[in-house]
Write a protein that binds this ligand. Structure first.
Ligand SMILES: N[C@@H](CCC(=O)N[C@@H](CS)C(=O)NCC(=O)O)C(=O)O
Length: 206
């Protein structure tokens, strides 16, 4: 079967696409606008009422949430070893980072990009934005400290959590006053290593 991925450049769908490339699964991209100037695609809204991408369609339905799709695909294709097996020691750590990325880091990014969604009045937007930029720095520091001298997030083995980490580093933006990825040397080292993978080179056109 061919997966269908609702997709836009620069979005969280890119990480899922890298995973699809890694597992060599056939897929079709459904280009979707996430511009603030256009309404959300009714097709996406029907599958994800939040209007967010990625959404992955497979033979038995559709899934949204980047971390869930990533885990789903890794588990379906264990031969590619992108996630530790359910009963392995590193499984907990793998899930920990995926959940942390989607619940904390991604949320901090959302607050910096769309501050108006997180306050009642336009006067408060600047404050939300300032605080969330600080939060972004704090959260990346947690990741940086946890990596320490390890090669990857899980220590010695590469996993899809590193792909997710790489994707999140690409969202750091000077124009939003985000910290630079260079401020987090361990994160930067892992992201640079992920960047060498052919799947990432293809999806990110590096
Ligand atoms: N928690 C969701 C967040 C997805 C998300 O924020 N997607 C963005 C693109 S990176 C989006 O679709 N934005 C459109 C909007 O917020 O209206 C996930 O991990 O899949």
């Amino acid at each position: 079967m061919t997966y269908r991925l609702y997709y836009s450049d620069g979005s969280a769908a890119m990480g899922v696409r890298v995973v699809l490339e890694e597992i060599r699964a056939p897929y079709e991209l459904i280009w979707t606008s996430i511009s603030m100037d256009s309404p959300r695609d009714p097709e996406v809204l029907a599958l994800n009422p939040n209007g967010w991408i990625p959404v992955l369609v497979w033979e038995k339905g559709a899934i949204y949430e980047c971390g869930a799709i990533t885990t789903f695909l890794c588990d379906r294709y264990p031969e590619y070893q992108l996630a530790p097996a359910v009963d392995s020691t590193e499984r907990g750590l793998f899930l920990q980072w995926l959940f942390f990325f989607s619940s904390s880091l991604q949320n901090a990014y959302q607050m910096t990009y769309y501050p108006w969604r997180f306050c009642d009045s336009t006067q408060d937007e600047a404050s939300v934005k300032r605080r969330s930029i600080t939060r972004l720095r704090e959260l990346w520091q947690v990741v940086d400290d946890a990596i320490g001298e390890n090669d990857w997030l899980l220590g010695e083995r590469f996993s899809a959590a590193d792909i997710y980490l790489f994707m999140l580093t690409t969202w750091l933006s000077d124009s939003h006053n985000h910290p630079s990825v260079d401020s987090f040397v361990n994160v930067n080292r892992v992201a640079t290593a992920v960047m060498q993978r052919p799947s990432v080179q293809l999806v990110y056109e590096l």
